[in-house]
Design a protein around this ligand. Structure first.
Ligand code: G1P
Length: 295
């Protein structure tokens, strides 16, 4: 299975950090967001990844490439652990790139991948969404095999937040699995057909590539993937599955902060120290007070 990672968006929710830097390269506990996404794909058995990039996104290509100077330096310094880490990034998967000339929306970005995905089903993984448990793609695959249809990962969200997402309407056919009856991109809260929000992971049949060129501009004047999936309903069944894990939309500053804190708390390197720091901060102390000492 191939994975398409749209990463051409401008990251306007994260300015000024993303003025010259791709939002997908923002670090979460020292690792760029998009590396988590590629690792998640590899973990699910994907070995061919196509990243849809655009102007100002070269850092993504460089990140997944060899870095001769850095590797030489680490080798000479005998830093084998860092050397292994750096090399391993360029060996993760076959990563291909296509550029979206103008950011015309998620649907248009996915369409740019059509010459690569051909007539096969493929994953779409939003390049700024992290799913730490890596358990969503296997679940999409399972439902796809069972029903032979496109499958979308969804997550129930509070009503007040539905207008930030694509939202589905559906009929629950087994616990946590919905046959989709309608989709709306970023509906106002009072018009949303449910609180099941599309959360950045899809397994799509190739039919969607036939429909995308005919999709008209939708919400925000962009070609929306959600609108193409709504058209797909006229031809094929579409399913949605609720996620059992937390995902982070790191293009949103608050969610990025939360991803950093919660993932760092789980690491051996930072976990206990961060817990102490957070307790201090929450307890109102600005810094740890250490007495001056001269020896
Ligand atoms: C995109 C999709 C939307 C989905 C969201 C998930 O919106 O268009 O349907 O719910 O990602 O993060 P964006 O956040 O790119 O505006």
């Amino acid at each position: 299975m191939k994975a398409v990672i749209p990463a051409a968006g401008l990251g306007t929710r994260f300015l000024p950090a993303t003025k010259e830097q791709p939002k997908e390269m923002l670090p979460v506990v020292g690792k760029p967001v998009i590396q988590y996404v590629v690792e998640e794909a590899v973990d699910a058995g994907v070995d061919d990844v196509l990243v849809v990039t655009g102007r100002g996104k070269r850092a993504i290509e460089d990140h997944f490439d060899r870095s001769a100077e850095l590797e030489d330096l680490l080798e000479r310094a005998g830093n084998t652990e860092k050397l292994r880490q750096v090399r391993q990034i360029s060996e993760l998967a076959d990563v291909f790139y296509v550029r979206q000339g103008r950011p015309r929306g998620l649907g248009h970005a996915v369409l740019c991948a059509a010459p690569h995905t051909l007539d096969q089903p493929f994953f779409v993984m939003l390049g700024d969404v992290i799913v730490p448990d890596n358990n969503v793609l296997p679940r999409l695959q399972e439902i796809h095999e069972k029903y032979g249809a496109s499958v979308i990962a969804v997550e129930p969200v509070e009503r007040e937040y539905v207008s930030r997402y694509g939202v589905i309407a559906g009929r629950e056919v087994e616990p946590g699995v919905w046959e989709v009856t309608d989709l709306v991109e970023k509906p106002p809260a009072n018009e949303a057909p449910s609180n099941l929000a599309i959360f950045g992971r899809y397994l799509l049949t190739p039919k969607v590539m036939e429909l995308l060129p005919h999709v008209e501009e939708g919400r925000g004047g962009e070609i929306q993937l959600t609108d193409a999936l709504r058209d797909l309903l006229k031809h094929e069944e579409v399913y949605a599955v609720t996620m059992d894990s937390t995902g982070y939309d790191t293009g949103n500053i608050l969610s990025w902060l939360e991803a950093n804190v919660s993932l760092a708390l789980e690491t051996e390197e930072f976990g206990s120290q961060l817990r102490d720091s957070l307790e201090r901060v929450l307890g109102g102390a600005v810094t740890e007070s250490v007495e001056p000492r001269v020896e």
